[in-house]
Design a protein around this ligand. Structure first.
Ligand code: AKG
Length: 307
């Protein structure tokens, strides 16, 4: 596994962003982007707690994250105030909150952090929030709709590892969903030899930094501190990615859910086996060819063979 750093810029115009990163589908960190908006100073945990404290939120137990299927049903429901106190105290817990549509619950927050100009588009009105405590790891996945994502960090640090979608098979992508069960922090090369051939890019986001994740990029996230992020989305440019997103949402996810219900653990094992087979086929092609060995042959035999 080869590791490199994600490019960083300190400020970028929408035109330059489009030319240098969006069109070539290249990840980039934009340092301090949130500082250009009121949220950069205003959005402390205390502030968000005061605005959203009474909202009942869905909370997910991250220790269930190796089940090989999308999390769709919350493990707990609680007032936002109760959940966020753990983050404020920077205590580790396995509970996280994701895809919280904050602007639906509290539209007044939108003016603090409207969709940044570089990401304007028809999905620009949807801002999702992600909250997690220190040490939470978000298993490696692709976003199911294959959109481009702009993830802006508030409060605390987050390490993000990205992998280009061309490595999906070598990352042991589970069929019928957009997850993998590999752990990039402790790569098991015996079980997942395909990991030896992939390249990963990483960065650490601090308060106010934004990361552009191109459509279909795999992401593996570690909360170095308790904190939260806001993500804005932009529809994928390519027809292939748009089509993949539609298939994932309309066909694969519902099918996977039915199979999970019917077969449970057996279905997960079947998907793992299929992922192994796919990776093995690619590894076979990547292995350097063994040079043909010239066997010593006597001149008489050579003449007979040539005849
Ligand atoms: O930051 C997080 O907790 C997860 C973010 C994520 O997976 C996403 O934006 O797709």
């Amino acid at each position: 596994m080869k590791t490199s750093s994600i490019d960083t810029v300190s400020d970028i115009s929408p035109e330059e962003f489009k030319k240098q990163f969006l069109i070539p589908q290249k990840p980039v960190v934009i340092k301090g982007l949130a500082g250009q908006y009121p949220a950069g100073n205003k959005w402390t945990i205390d502030y968000i707690k005061n605005v959203c404290g009474d909202v009942m939120v869905d909370v997910f137990d991250n220790s269930n994250s190796n089940k090989g299927s999308a999390y769709t049903i919350a493990d707990l429901k609680m007032p936002f105030r109760d959940y966020v106190t753990t983050i404020e105290e920077n205590k580790p817990t396995t509970l996280r909150m994701f895809l919280f549509n904050m602007f639906k619950s509290k539209p007044e927050l939108r003016k603090d952090f409207p969709c940044p100009a570089i990401f304007k588009g028809i999905l620009g009105r949807i801002g999702y929030m992600f909250f997690g405590a220190r040490d939470i790891k978000v298993r490696i996945h692709q976003d199911i709709d294959m959109s481009n994502v702009l993830l802006t960090q508030f409060y605390g640090r987050k390490k993000v590892v990205l992998v280009h979608p061309k490595y999906s098979e070598l990352l042991y992508k589970l069929p019928y969903n957009t997850y993998s069960l590999v752990d990039l922090d402790h790569p098991d090369y015996e079980k997942y030899p395909g990991l030896k051939y992939i390249e990963v890019q990483e960065c650490v986001l601090e308060h106010g930094d934004a990361l552009y994740m191109p459509s279909g990029y795999w992401h593996f996230i570690t909360y170095m501190d308790g904190g939260f992020s806001v993500s804005y989305r932009k529809i994928a440019q390519s027809f292939k990615a748009k089509w993949e997103g539609i298939l994932n949402l309309a066909v694969y996810m519902p099918f996977d859910k039915i199979m999970n219900k019917l077969q449970g653990e057996k279905w997960v094992l079947k998907k793992e086996w299929m992922a192994q087979q796919r990776a093995n086929r690619i590894i076979e092609k990547l292995k350097p060819e063994t040079p043909a060995i010239e066997l010593p042959i006597n001149p008489q035999e050579k003449a007979t063979l040539a005849a």
